[in-house]
Write a protein that binds this ligand. Structure first.
Ligand code: PGA
Length: 254
């Protein structure tokens, strides 16, 4: 990480875990992280948990995030959540394009782009997830895949908007598998992502974007990943459900 130009962010992705009362308890147990001022701590919780978690962290520096949103302002979209609903609940970050949603709900790069633009339009920060499959890595096309995902997800964004996005590099083969990318593998792709941004928006914009690594990051491997210059934090799934493990990752990012 490089704190001169960009924020260090550690975000927990709770996925479909925690009832509202469990979520409140976990959020309260994370409040001591308020003392860590060098890292932005974000809790990306299930939509139904957002009001309880927002209330629990209200007087702290911890932020609340959502795991997805719809891109339309309102209307006949049964079961969906709009960006203004999220903002009204004090949500600051929204994950868009997580690989589980791309796979399970057929979210396309176009959907990811529209969602990210909606999140920016509402004054929040999209955490745009990209990453290759094992098959793509084995075939040697990781950079092509990443390049295409970035260009499609960030289509029509201004340089000022790019400065407000967060990118999460999450190799699909590393998510929930315990098969973490090595710091060298993760840095290689994160620095490639920054070079793609540099090519389109210039060096000043590219160096302002926080790029997170996600995929089996835990309290044991976090420090070595976060030492790398282009890895500005983590998007943590499994380990974010344990206050002890998540807190240790945040400590490692100090
Ligand atoms: P994991 O999940 O840490 O459990 O691998 C990361 C993610 O899906 O964001």
């Amino acid at each position: 990480m490089d704190r001169r130009y960009r924020k260090t962010i550690v975000a927990g992705n709770w996925k479909m875990n925690m009832t509202p009362s469990e979520a409140k308890k976990l959020a309260v147990s994370l409040l001591p992280l308020n003392s860590v001022r060098t890292t932005s701590v974000v809790l990306c919780v299930p939509a139904i948990d957002i009001p309880a978690v927002s209330k629990a962290v209200k007087t702290s520096h911890l932020s609340v995030g959502a795991q997805t949103c719809h891109y339309a302002e309102s209307g006949a979209f049964t079961g969906e959540t709009s960006v203004s609903m999220l903002r009204d609940c004090n949500v600051k970050y929204v994950i868009v394009g997580h690989s589980e949603r791309r796979r399970l709900f057929n979210e396309t790069d176009t959907d990811v782009n529209l969602k990210a633009l909606a999140v920016l339009g509402a004054g929040m920060h999209p955490i745009v997830c990209i990453g290759e499959t094992q098959e793509q890595r084995d075939a040697g096309v990781t950079e092509e895949v990443i390049n295409l995902q970035i260009k499609l997800a960030l289509k029509d964004m201004t340089a000022a908007q790019i400065r407000r996005i967060v990118i999460a590099y999450e190799p699909i083969w590393a998510i929930g598998t315990g098969n973490t990318a090595t710091p060298e593998q993760a840095e290689e792709v994160c620095s490639f992502i920054r070079s793609v941004l540099r090519g389109i928006y210039g060096a000043r914009v590219a160096r302002a974007v926080s790029i997170l690594y996600g995929g089996s990051m835990n309290e044991k491997n976090a420090a070595s990943l976060l030492k790398k210059p282009d890895i500005d934090g983590g998007l943590i799934g499994g380990a974010s459900l344990s206050a002890e493990k998540f807190s240790a990752i945040v400590e490692a990012s100090k």
